[in-house]
Design a protein around this ligand. Structure first.
Ligand code: NI
Length: 142
């Protein structure tokens, strides 16, 4: 019988500045589309990374959550905390820093550490931008 799969999640918080501006649109169109987010402003973000996998018989864990914390801190947090996302983060250059795009980029950076996820698979990256707004990315197979 297949071992039951469980989803485990680690969360990190960071503060960062950004503005929403599309190079595909005019200045007026950008202002109309993004409203107040056209201007430079900041958020206290929360990133939640969920890994799904079987519970290891020896450890009782899907993977060590300390390892997931370490991956998230080195791959995400260290690069974005107290930074301007449009200007100071090399892996976000040329990307409109919406929560959607942050979730996709963060997914790619965690996915690159797949060999450190034990028998687990990356399941979801959630980016919470404000109390009322958050996005989920499940990769392209979901
Ligand atoms: Ni914003």
């Amino acid at each position: 019988m297949a071992r039951p799969k469980v989803r485990i999640t680690h969360a990190e918080e960071f503060s960062a500045a950004h503005r929403l501006y599309s190079p595909h649109l005019s200045e007026a169109e950008n202002k109309a589309l993004y409203g107040p987010c056209f201007h430079h402003h900041g958020h206290n973000y929360r990133v939640e990374v969920t890994v799904q996998g079987p519970v290891d018989a020896q450890t009782g864990m899907v993977m060590n959550l300390n390892d997931l914390m370490d991956i998230m801190r080195t791959e995400i947090w260290e690069h974005v905390d107290h930074k301007h996302l449009n200007e100071e983060v090399p892996f976000l250059q040329g990307i409109i820093p919406t929560a959607e795009n942050l979730a996709i980029v963060f997914w790619q950076r965690v996915q690159a550490c797949q060999d450190r996820l034990g028998s687990g698979r990356l399941y979801c990256v959630r980016v919470v931008e404000s109390r009322d707004n958050f996005v989920d990315y499940y990769g392209e197979t979901a």
